[in-house]
Design a protein around this ligand. Structure first.
Ligand code: GRF
Length: 227
């Protein structure tokens, strides 16, 4: 996608994206904004990791980038406070965690309650935490997948919003399975963000709601006709 991100209208809703690594999900957001699939502007990309490859991708697309290195902080709370301070400069409508590999404290989560999304590479509530693809393979699962969910204090435990599944194929390794799952991550994450920015998706005290209907414990199942 060759459109530069700054071509987007400055009046559009703003996203902030937090990354730690390659940023392929962030890239999916850049592309979705550039093609108009998502009517939004990425106001800032923040990484805790100065080496994150996604920082260069974002900068090349004309998006402001910031590094807040967690190693410069003595505890999680002070790191989170620095993140909150930086984000408040950009006043995003939605904060997107895209492979952000830090456990967040209430300092961060309460500051963005109800407007904080994550994508997790499993069919939640299966396999919260790490090594999800290997765990699905070890369990002999026929399907794997990914889940967009609201972030709450419970690690990978906030209400699921949208879930896509892919088949596990004979001979899969964690690497081949991860690649198949990531293709779907890049589809469902911008879609869930669009629902949020259109005020169709909300977090309420008893769960996630889409179009005023409470979503089931795994979120809504993705299908290609979904809009
Ligand atoms: C993705 O697999 C996502 O599900 C998980 O972290 C990974 C990030 O990948 N939360 P990328 O940096 O977006 O390529």
């Amino acid at each position: 996608m060759s459109l530069r991100h700054e071509d987007a209208s400055p009046g559009q809703p703003r996203l902030a994206i937090l990354i730690s690594g390659q940023g392929s999900n962030m890239r999916a957001f850049i592309d979705a904004c550039a093609t108009g699939k998502l009517e939004a502007r990425i106001g800032v990309v923040i990484s805790n990791n100065p080496q994150a490859a996604g920082l260069d991708v974002a900068a090349s697309a004309g998006i402001p980038t910031r590094v807040i290195d967690h190693r410069s902080y003595t505890n999680r709370e002070s790191f989170d406070a620095a993140l909150v301070a930086e984000l408040s400069e950009h006043a995003p409508q939605l904060v997107v965690l895209a492979g952000f590999m830090r456990i967040l404290t209430p300092v961060f989560i309460q500051a963005h309650a109800g407007r904080l999304l994550n994508i997790h590479p499993s069919l939640l509530p299966l396999y919260p935490g790490l090594n999800t693809h290997q765990r699905a393979l070890d369990a002999g699962d026929a399907f794997a997948g990914c889940t967009v969910h609201f972030v709450t204090q419970e690690l990978d435990g906030g209400p699921p919003v949208l879930q896509a599944r892919v088949p596990v194929i004979h001979g899969d390794s964690a690497v081949t399975l991860a690649a198949r799952v990531q293709e779907m991550e890049h589809v469902i994450y911008p879609l869930a963000a669009r629902w949020f920015l259109e005020n169709r998706l909300t977090l309420r005290s008893d769960g996630a709601y889409l179009d005023d209907s409470r979503l089931p414990p795994s979120g809504v199942a993705y299908h290609p006709e979904m809009r």
